[in-house]
Design a protein around this ligand. Sequence first.
Ligand code: PMP
Length: 340
Amino acid sequence: MTQLPVRQTTLDLIGKTPLVLLKGPSEAAGCEIWGKCEFANPGASVKDRAALWIIRDAEARGELKPGGTVVEGTAGNTGIGIALVANALGYKCVIVMPDNQSKEKMDTLRALGAELVTVPPTKFADPNHFVHTSRRIAEETENAVWANQFDNIANRRAHIEGTAPEIWEQMDGRVDGFTCAVGTGGTLAGVAMGLKEKDENVRIALTDPYGAALFNYYACGELKAEGSSVAEGIGQGRITANLEGAPIDTQFRMSDEEGMEWVARLLREEGLCLGLSSGINVAGAVALGRQLVAEGVENPRIATILCDTGFRYLSTLYNADWLREKGLPVFDWLGSDSQD
Ligand code: PMP
């Protein structure tokens, strides 16, 4: 009998992703660092899970009817997940995105048949923010639902019911710590809740990029941002419904440079091509591993999320001119063929 997975429908390809031991990060932390390969989802990101749970939830509540439309505001990956799930279930979708996101994501959404609306990036308080624009479009469209990934807790349920038990099983019930960054908070809150259900001693850490307000919130109760980041899909300025009640024990803040160092090492030393949020997560996992080692925990085992594929960022993170323009270090293997 084969041990290789066989699935009955294409939607069953979402989730049940492999977990991989990361060699460089484990050596750096002095313990085991495991990466959940969310780039292995059909839409190549962790957000396929949220898309599937949100759409199934809207169907179960009777809000999404045959032939209906799913509308969402997204930095891109959720839109890609929604477009795939909507296609598989016979729905249409409208995706609203800030126009500073990678061209690859926009091209991918168009290629998948989504109706794409781009808006200028702006503050959340501005009614033209991509989130509010998407809500308005949903209200104005017949037989449409607004996915509302930030405040719809079907998002975190995908991780309570899916990602967390998968990690628990894949690590044979020995998980000492988990960390990741926050966009909507669905992944961090959901995995945190799911793992704590199994063992309340699992240490949960937020790894925040600069430009986000959550590090200060969990450290000292004040939502306050410092600095900035070019990482797409992460960086939150408020407590979303998905984050409410999340059992977070500790917090780290990682710079884009620290995240890029792990992106570079994982690519060059381990053959993994990832986006920047994955690099920031791995930097956080190394910090969490070191913390547990320093406290005397014997060979701690840490898990984090490898959120999406680096192929989504060829024109940004993997482009020497773009990196220079952003004042970021250029990966040394990209530097020589610059068009400058
Ligand atoms: N990394 C990337 C690349 C993403 O697109 C997202 C989703 N916004 C995240 C991380 C964060 O996931 P979540 O929304 O579950 O917090």
